[in-house]
Design a protein around this ligand. Structure first.
Ligand SMILES: *[C@@H]1O[C@H](CO)[C@@H](O)[C@H](O)[C@H]1NC(C)=O
Ligand SMILES: *[C@@H]1O[C@H](CO)[C@@H](O)[C@H](O)[C@H]1NC(C)=O
Ligand SMILES: *[C@@H]1O[C@H](CO)[C@@H](O)[C@H](O)[C@H]1NC(C)=O
Ligand SMILES: *[C@@H]1O[C@H](CO)[C@@H](O)[C@H](O)[C@H]1NC(C)=O
Ligand SMILES: *[C@@H]1O[C@H](CO)[C@@H](O)[C@H](O)[C@H]1NC(C)=O
Ligand SMILES: *[C@@H]1O[C@H](CO)[C@@H](O)[C@H](O)[C@H]1NC(C)=O
Ligand SMILES: *[C@@H]1O[C@H](CO)[C@@H](O)[C@H](O)[C@H]1NC(C)=O
Ligand SMILES: *[C@@H]1O[C@H](CO)[C@@H](O)[C@H](O)[C@H]1NC(C)=O
Ligand SMILES: *[C@@H]1O[C@H](CO)[C@@H](O)[C@H](O)[C@H]1NC(C)=O
Length: 430
């Protein structure tokens, strides 16, 4: 059943590549959380994530070159060709030349066997060919790690601090780390930096952002002094700084408004030096506390020394519900929030939310900058050519529709089978 389906799917999609509108647009993705998102060339790509009751790993994107409302989204499906695992709780970092996504760590399950599969811990996605591969990484051994966030500095090194490794794959309890690991995207080497001075406690599900001068700012998350201790939430004013030039850790006591501690939240760094955070979960007495964090949205001014927290006045107006396990990306004037799990509902939200960082307001309509609207509203010669090609192949459409029906029937059968596989609830990390 499986191999014929794959073959069929590939024939089907190759045929329909000539008319991508039929095959891939208006994709309705499953709700998810603990996924990753990256923006490449005006496309917001969603990778992986936990989809509750079934295994799924499609890559799909939102085209940011057009205007749209957040209740009317047009997702476009790409392909999942070549990635042998389902991944969530990982980190994804875009290479400096915007050509390659590095998918690092996370919980990985083999697509065929549905068993955990840690045989390879770094995958790369080539944005031009839409193909996944396993890069050959030299240097230190890449450790299994979840609940991490990587940042890339301007010489192409990805820095990944600490995280958690679930050693019991049922309860997801495990060991936690405070080491700094570096992936050089040019030499393809992994280095575990051996730092002993000013080491922070083991920490996971923090927010990480890198300033243009190479200082990484770590905010929030859960920390603990040893693997036997319970995790505790990091005070949001106790900020960890890592200097990627001197490899030195330091701490900073931020000032300003009180910001409730949190983990599983998201952040973006604006060009004018503000880190905006959103959402997240609370934690107490050694377990998840399913209550909303307050404020939902806050802003850290890194232009001051020490940094200053503030709560923008209108940030609760039209704000998303209490969410965690979502992602945030910055695109021009917008912080774009995707998916996540909604507190109190034990369900994930399907919406996308836009926060305008200039007006400091949640908005419903997303609009690309004017210049981009003009350039993209005129179809490119290539698009015209493929359109007329598609029209020319009109007689083939009948045959394709027949194939579609068979394809969809097989797809539905497979989907029903997939849905019957129940995954564990991936809430705990401690
Ligand atoms: C949703 O978006 C599509 C394509 O952009 C558009 O044609 C349609 O009118 C929109 N629907 C609503 C209810 O806004
Ligand atoms: C990569 O994308 C970013 C954001 O769109 C852009 O600022 C940068 O110039 C791009 N880099 C290259 C090498 O294309
Ligand atoms: C990480 O967890 C896996 C099981 O998920 C285990 O096989 C491996 O030994 C662990 N490694 C470390 C360094 O904790
Ligand atoms: C792993 O966690 C499960 C669920 O909490 C528990 O029943 C099991 O005993 C644990 N296994 C080990 C080896 O501790
Ligand atoms: C790490 O650093 C410590 C002290 O700075 C040193 O004793 C140890 O040998 C180093 N380990 C490695 C693997 O370099
Ligand atoms: C931050 O504040 C604590 C007291 O809460 C103090 O012990 C520590 O030295 C301060 N750190 C810095 C870098 O100022
Ligand atoms: C962790 O928290 C639980 C619940 O409050 C408590 O029973 C337990 O003793 C704590 N464990 C440690 C090592 O502090
Ligand atoms: C980097 O920039 C931040 C923000 O302006 C500043 O607080 C910090 O001191 C700078 N770090 C270094 C090493 O220059
Ligand atoms: C959501 O899940 C948590 C933990 O499993 C549970 O305590 C809570 O009651 C659930 N909430 C709802 C609305 O089902």
């Amino acid at each position: 059943m499986y191999l014929p389906f794959k073959l069929f799917k590939s024939i089907f999609c190759t045929l329909l590549l000539i008319n991508s509108i039929l095959c891939y647009d208006n994709y309705v993705p499953s709700k998810r959380f603990l996924h990753n998102s990256v923006i490449i060339n005006d496309k917001l790509l969603i990778l992986g994530g936990y989809t509750f009751n079934h295994y799924e790993f499609e890559i799909f994107y939102l085209d940011l070159s057009k205007s749209f409302d957040n209740f009317n989204l047009t997702w476009t499906l790409i392909s999942d060709e070549g990635l042998p695992v389902y991944v969530w709780r990982s980190t994804s970092v875009l290479s400096l030349d915007n050509s390659t996504v590095y998918l690092i760590g996370g919980l990985m399950q083999n697509k065929e066997t549905h068993e955990y599969d840690y045989s390879n811990l770094i995958y790369t996605y080539d944005c031009l060919t839409s193909k996944w591969s396993k890069p050959v990484i030299d240097g230190d051994k890449v450790p299994p790690r979840q609940n991490i966030k990587g940042v890339i500095e301007n010489s192409g090194k990805i820095y990944i601090f600490g995280g958690h490794n679930a050693t019991n794959l049922t309860s997801l309890r495990g060991v936690s780390f405070n080491d700094m690991n570096v992936l050089d995207t040019f030499s393809k080497t992994w280095t575990n930096l051996n730092i002993s001075e000013n080491l922070p406690l083991s920490c996971a599900e923090y927010a990480a952002n890198i300033l243009p001068n190479g200082t990484i700012i770590y905010i929030g998350g859960l920390e603990r002094a040893s693997n036997d201790a319970n995790y505790t939430l990091v005070n949001m004013k106790k900020i960890k700084l890592f200097n990627t030039i001197t490899y030195k850790w330091s701490q900073m006591n931020a000032t300003g408004s009180y910001i409730g501690p949190r983990w599983y939240f998201s952040s973006v760094l604006t060009p004018d030096g503000y880190i905006i955070i959103l959402g997240g979960l609370s934690y107490s007495g050694g377990s998840i506390d399913y209550v909303g964090v307050s404020p939902k949205l806050a802003r850290l001014d890194t232009n001051q020394n020490p940094f200053i927290w503030s709560i923008p006045p209108n940030s609760e107006v039209n704000a998303p519900p209490y969410i965690w396990g979502h992602t945030a990306n910055l695109y021009n004037d917008y912080m774009i929030i995707t998916f996540g799990s909604e507190l109190g509902l034990n369900n994930s939200v399907s919406q996308v939310y836009f926060y305008n960082i200039k007006s400091n307001r949640w908005v419903i309509t997303f609009s690309p900058p004017d210049s981009k609207t003009i350039t993209t509203s005129t179809p490119s010669p290539a698009a015209e050519k493929s359109k007329s090609l598609a029209i020319g192949l009109g007689t083939g459409i009948g045959a394709l529709l027949l194939i579609s029906c068979i394809f969809i029937a097989i797809f539905i059968v497979r989907r029903i089978r997939k849905r019957s596989v129940i995954l564990q609830m991936p809430g705990n990390i401690g």
